[in-house]
Design a protein. Structure first.
Length: 189
């Protein structure tokens, strides 16, 4: 079975040169040593307030929602994000995430008169789109770092590796004429 350390080391190729610094640090440690990259247990410090934690959960689920496979919340991505920011981020690395959450919350209160964590999924999608298009203060920096954290957390989790993808160290023989319509899942290794 693949573990989070091995999966994290493979994440570098997914994002290339624009990899968010805490992910790069953790991935570099995974390649350099045999120590666990993401230790079990809670983060060493609390990075988020309770309302920010609720917003991170809501937005994570909008990036990778529950469909026929579990979403980001089921894969414990919000806890992974806080762990990464607490244990692998420098204080300056946290700034775009915390500022982005604050900007999204302020915009939600202005536009919808409700906390962003309590907004409808459509409203949360609109808020994330504003961030992605840099129409919120620091939005683009927030969105790229947040998206990377969500995707990394999900695809290095047990759910992401075993339910969303199918882990086969050797997926089988080569068949160049295999019909694409019969492909069930994308393989990861």
């Amino acid at each position: 079975m693949i573990d989070r350390r091995t999966a994290l080391a493979g994440v570098v190729s997914m994002f290339g040169a624009g990899l968010f610094a805490p992910i790069a640090r953790a991935a570099g440690a995974a390649k350099a040593s045999r120590i666990p990259v993401i230790s079990e247990g809670p983060p060493s410090i609390a990075v988020f307030t309770p309302s920010q934690r609720a917003l991170v959960s809501a937005l994570s689920e909008r990036v990778i929602p529950t469909t026929d496979t579990p979403g980001a919340v089921a894969a414990e991505v919000p806890a992974f994000i806080e762990k990464m920011l607490a244990d692998w981020a420098e204080p300056d690395d946290r700034v775009p995430i915390l500022a982005g959450l604050q900007a999204i919350e302020a915009r939600s209160l202005k536009d919808y008169r409700v906390s962003a964590a309590q907004a409808t999924p459509e409203q949360q999608d609109a808020l994330l789109t504003l961030a992605m298009n840099d129409q919120l203060p620091g939005g683009e920096d927030f969105f790229e770092a947040f998206r990377q954290l969500v995707v990394t957390g999900y695809y290095t989790s047990e759910i992401g590796i075993t339910q969303e993808r199918e882990y086969l160290p050797v997926p089988g023989k080569y068949d160049g004429a295999f019909p694409y319509s019969k492909v069930n899942k994308v393989y990861s290794s």
